[in-house]
Design a protein. Structure first.
Length: 493
């Protein structure tokens, strides 16, 4: 890969991109060559079709604007993030921006003015009489492919577009007391519009967006199902290459799932957790540098993010050799009972806290049956104690959508301390974790980590498990693993 040319050096929005002086491996650009490159190009048009979901985006924008009448709202997509030196991570747009526009490209900024005057500021195509198209490795079309014109983008997303170069003047003119910015995505925007007062006005915008995203519309539910279906295929792919009688690396399994995620979706929605044996007891084990061992369990927490950035979040724990030992099965059954109990209470109006307590009580009872709890179940469950949490470690689940931990800025009274409503999608993911060094549990439990996680849609009368394509009971898991192994390895098609 090369380095950007003089066009980028002039660009005031290039913060976070490589500086001049790192062009060590690029050839020179003699003037004759530069002039030659600017000539002789035929124009092409891009065939764009309006996105069918565009009317939904317009409705969402109207809903946000209605909360802040007479104000201007600025919501950036975000910028490429440096991975190392002059290479960036693949770009993934900010979730609120995607939810309001459907835009996938970096640097875009949505400005919503009073009266439904919504404009998406984007970087237009570079003309061929400048050097950008062949010298700019971040935006040049000979580096990254054909970009949209303003008109093409507008036709595709169903929103007015304007040149990003005109944005600074627009931001300069905004009245601070009548403007709110979604901060933390675009340093240039954050600097151009200083927060008014204590920043509370901007925080209100962030939590409003999160709260409006709590209920998923039909199109979003279809997107989540799409991500979950790809995730089911990914778990199957992994089961098909997981040997019963010899060891393989956690990285191999992570890679097989990652192939499915890239092939069928955009990517994984979060770093895959592939925990063999005692690694299963480490909640966010993403080093994935261990190996499976026949006789041990394997915990896999993995989700495909689909092409529109909605993500699944699913966990399965399987016995590597194909059969749970009696003790593994006993612990597994406790976790399954807890998850089922949680799913069974979910319906509109039920409090998040009650779902949590339902799952945790079953786990605490199971811990008592295992002889692990040092106090009674009731005492362990009391607010002053919660001793059972030494082995349960986390909550029952979380909202799911464009983000794996969706709607994270919602106010606590409307989320953690509130209740679920029809159209919410959430995970139910209790687990039990016995650390290898835990001297308060019998030796045979040490190093066992089990979680079962599914993605559940709250319906008018209850809950629908969107990830029912994967097995959940211990018997089903054994039969599924055997069937996948019987079918043999496969590549995505
Ligand atoms: N799946 C990872 C998490 O929920 O934290
Ligand atoms: Mn989760």
């Amino acid at each position: 890969m090369g380095e950007q040319g003089e066009q980028r050096a002039e660009d005031t929005r290039s913060a976070g991109t490589p500086s001049e002086g790192t062009q060590s491996h690029d050839p020179d650009f003699p003037q004759r060559f530069v002039e030659f490159m600017r000539t002789g190009w035929r124009d092409t048009s891009l065939s764009v079709s309006p996105r069918p979901e565009a009317p939904q985006h317009a409705k969402r924008r109207a809903a946000v604007s209605a909360v802040f009448p007479g104000e201007t709202l600025v919501i950036p997509s975000g910028r490429a993030k440096v991975r190392a030196n002059d290479t960036e991570y693949p770009f993934r747009p900010g979730s609120d921006h995607v939810w309001l526009t459907g835009e996938h490209d970096p640097d875009a900024v949505l400005v919503m003015r009073a009266g439904g005057d919504d404009t998406l500021y984007i970087r237009p195509r570079s003309p061929r009489d400048t050097d950008e198209f062949f010298r700019d490795r971040m935006y040049g079309e000979l580096w990254i492919g054909r970009r949209h014109t303003l008109a093409e983008k507008s036709a595709e997303l169903g929103i007015a577009t304007a040149d990003l170069a005109t944005l600074p003047a627009v931001l300069d003119d905004l009245a601070p007391g009548r403007t709110r910015v979604l901060r933390g995505y675009d340093p240039a925007v954050d600097t151009a519009v200083r927060p008014a007062g204590d920043g509370m006005r901007d925080a209100e915008l962030a939590w409003t967006l999160s709260e409006l995203r709590l209920v998923k519309d039909e199109w979003e539910i279809a997107q989540l199902q799409d991500a979950i279906d790809a995730t089911v295929r990914g778990f199957e792919d992994v089961a098909r290459v997981l040997p019963a009688d010899r060891t393989v690396s956690e990285r191999l399994l992570e890679g097989v799932f990652g192939l499915r995620a890239r092939h069928d979706g955009n990517d994984v929605g979060y770093s895959s957790i592939v925990g063999a044996g005692p690694h299963g007891a480490i909640l966010h084990w993403i080093h994935n540098n261990g190996r499976t061992a026949p006789g041990e369990l394997l915990l896999m927490d993995m989700g495909v993010e689909n092409r529109n950035f909605y993500t699944a979040d699913v966990t399965r724990t399987v016995p590597v050799n194909g059969r749970f030992t009696p003790l593994q099965r006993q612990v597994y059954d406790i976790v399954h009972r807890s998850q089922q109990a949680g799913m069974d209470v979910i319906k509109p109006g039920v409090k998040f806290a009650d779902i949590h307590q339902t799952c945790m009580r079953v786990l605490a009872e199971g811990l008592a049956d295992l002889g692990v709890l040092p106090v009674s179940v009731d005492e362990a469950m009391s607010k002053e104690s919660t001793l059972y949490r030494r082995w349960t470690l986390h909550g029952f689940g979380h909202m799911l959508g464009l983000d794996v931990h969706d709607c994270a800025h919602a106010r606590s009274e409307n989320y953690r301390k509130g209740s679920v409503q029809e159209g919410y999608v959430l995970t139910v993911e209790p687990g039990l974790y016995f650390q290898p060094e835990d001297e308060l549990v019998p030796a045979e439990l040490r190093g066992i980590g089990i979680r079962i996680e599914d993605d559940v849609l709250v319906t008018a009368s209850g809950a629908r498990n969107l990830s029912a394509g994967l097995p959940r009971t211990a018997d089903e898991v054994e039969a599924w693993l055997a069937a996948q192994r019987e079918a043999g390895p496969r590549l995505p098609e």
